[in-house]
Design a protein around this ligand. Sequence first.
Ligand SMILES: NC(=O)C1=CN([C@@H]2O[C@H](COP(=O)(O)OP(=O)(O)OC[C@H]3O[C@@H](n4cnc5c(N)ncnc54)[C@H](O)[C@@H]3O)[C@@H](O)[C@H]2O)C=CC1
Ligand SMILES: O=C(O)C(=O)COP(=O)(O)O
Length: 592
Amino acid sequence: MPIPSNGAANGTSSPRPKILIPEKVSPDGLALLQSSFEVDEKRGLSAEELQGIIADYDGLIIRSETKVTASLLDAAKKLKVVARAGVGIDNVDVEAATKNGVIVVNSPVGNINAAAEHTIALMMAVARNIGDACASLKAGKWERSRLTGIEVKGKTLAIIGVGKVGLTVARAAKGLGMNCIAYDPYANQKLAAAASVKLLPGLASILTEADFLTIHTPLIASTKGMIGAAELATMKPSARILNVARGGMIDETALLAALEAGSIAGAGIDVFTSEPPPSGADSSAARLIAHPKVVATPHLGASTVEAQENVSIDVCEQVRAILTGELPRSAVNAPIILPEEYRTLKPFVELVERMGALYMQHFARTAHSTGTTAAGSTGPAFSTDFELAYEGALAGLNTTKPLFAALVKGLLKPITDSEGLNVNMVNAELVARDRGIAVNEQRRRQGGDAEGYSSSVVLRARTGASGTAGAGAGAGGQDEHVIAGFVSNNTPYISKLSRFSTSFVPEGALLICRNFDSPGKIGIVGQRLGKAGVNISSMTVAPVDKEIGQDEGKDGKNEALMILKIDREVEDEVIKNLISEEGVLEASVVVL
Ligand SMILES: NC(=O)C1=CN([C@@H]2O[C@H](COP(=O)(O)OP(=O)(O)OC[C@H]3O[C@@H](n4cnc5c(N)ncnc54)[C@H](O)[C@@H]3O)[C@@H](O)[C@H]2O)C=CC1
Ligand SMILES: O=C(O)C(=O)COP(=O)(O)O
C-alpha cells in the first residue's frame, strides 16, 4: 500500500501501466521499462497537449523542460510517479504532487560530475576568452593581443552552495591551484574541510574576495535573485561569474549592466531565468548571450553521454519499483525506508489497511446509516479519533509511516476511490488532516510478545455514535471499538473484534453475526444463506475475550460472534431476515 502497485507489471491480465516521456531521456534506462510497461516517448508537446493526454499515464519521466504544474497533476488521474532524470525539481510542483499522492523521484548524483566539469569548462573558457576567440577566428580575424586571458592558478574561487556539485567543483579547482572559499549556511563542515574549502559566515564576505564566483544551490525562495545589482557592486571589477545551477538566482539585467559598465569582467552562463531565453533587443538574457565577455551554453551542464546514462537508469529503476509496488531510492516527497525494514512492514501494511476498512464497514456502518457526521461536513459518519498501537518487534522500526497511511487508506477507501484519489505514504497525513482524522500512534515493545506473536497491531476508535458487535462504553461516555491483528507466515489475521476473541483472515466477503452463544445458531444462519444462494466457504466462532468475561452480554446471556467467509455480498433483505431470527442480535457484511 505505501507505494501504489499495479498488477499489470506482475504479469496479470490488466493493461500495462503507461509511462510518458516528453523529453530526451537516454535509452539505457528506458530499456528497463519496455518489457513491463507501455513507454510513450512524445517530444515537443505543448503544455495544453501534455495536459490533454496525461490522464492516460501512470508514470511521467521528465528533465528540466517540462513544467509539472498543479493543473497538470489535477488532470493526471492515474499518475503515481513523476521522475526527474536529473537533480533540480524546481520545475515540479512538489506540494501539488504530494496532495495528489504522486511520488516525485529524482537522480541526485547521476549528473553531478557532468555539472561540475561544465562549470570548470566555463570557468576556463571565460578566463581565456575562448568564446570570443573562437567567434573572432571563425570570422576570419587573428586577434592575439585583444584576447589575452588570465590564469586561474592562485586565484580565489568563491562558491555559493557546497553540496554535491559545489564540492566537486571545489576539488577540481583545488587541483588547478585555486583557493576555495564558500558560503553555505547548511554546509557539511567536515566535507567542506576535506575539500579544502574555507567556509565564511556570510554571502557578502565571499563576494568581495572572489576572482571567480560560482553558484551551486537549488532555486528556492532563499536563493531566487540572490545576486543582484547591490551584490555585484561589492565585487572586484576583475571578477568573473559562473552559473551552472539555475537561472533566476542571478538578476540577468543587473549582470548585463555590470558587464557593460566594466564592473564585472566576464561570465559563464549555462542556465537562464526562462528557457529557452526570449530573443530580441529588450531581452536581457539574449543580450547577455550575445555579449563578448560571456560564454553561454544552452543548459548543457548535465548533457554528457555518461550523465544521461546514469540519470536515465537511476530514475527508470525507481519508476519500475514504484509501479510494481516497491520502494524508490530517492523520493523527494516520501520517507526513505530501507528495503529490510520495508519487508517487515509490508504484511502489516496489508493488515492495517484491512483493519481500517473493517472498522468502516462493520463498526461505522450504524453511525453512517443514522447520518451522524463526525469527519467534517462532507465526510461519512465515523470516529475521527483513532489510536494505532504497534506492539512487539514492530514498535522498534524507524518509521511506521506506511502503517499510518494504510489505516487512512482503509478508512477512506470508498470515498477516495470515488474521488479517484490514491492515498499513500506521500499524501496520507494531508488527507487525514483534510478529513479531520486524528491518529495517535503508540509503540509498545512488550505487547506483541505477550500475545505470542512477534508483532501485533491494535486499533482503537472512539466515537459518540453507537456501533455494532457489542460496542463497549469507553471513557467519558464514548464508545470504544477495538480491532487487533497480527501477521503469521505473511498472512494477516484479526485476533480481536471489540470484546470478542477470534482468529480470521480479513479477506473477501465476510458475514459477521453477533448472537447468543446457544445451540442452533450456526444452523439458522447456514439455512438462511443457503436459501439465498450464498455459499459459505469457512466459518469461525469468536467467544467473548476471557479477560472480559460475559458480564457485558445482553440480558446476562453469553454472546459470541460468527464470522463466515461467503462467496458474495448479501442482499439487505437476507440480513434483515437473519436479525429477525431468535438469538441473532446483529449481522453485517464486510468486503475486504
Ligand atoms: N546545469 C545543469 O545541467 C545542472 C544543474 N544542477 C543544479 O545544481 C544545483 C546544485 O545541485 P547539487 O549540488 O546536487 O545540490 P545539493 O543539494 O547537493 O547542494 C546544494 C547546496 O546548496 C546549499 N544551499 C541551500 N540554500 C542555500 C542558500 N540560501 N545559500 C547558500 N547555500 C545554500 C545547500 O546547503 C547545499 O549544500 C541544483 O540547482 C541543480 O539543479 C545540477 C545538475 C546539472
Ligand atoms: O539535473 C539538473 O538539475 C539539471 O539542471 C539538468 O537538466 P536537464 O536534465 O539537462 O534538463
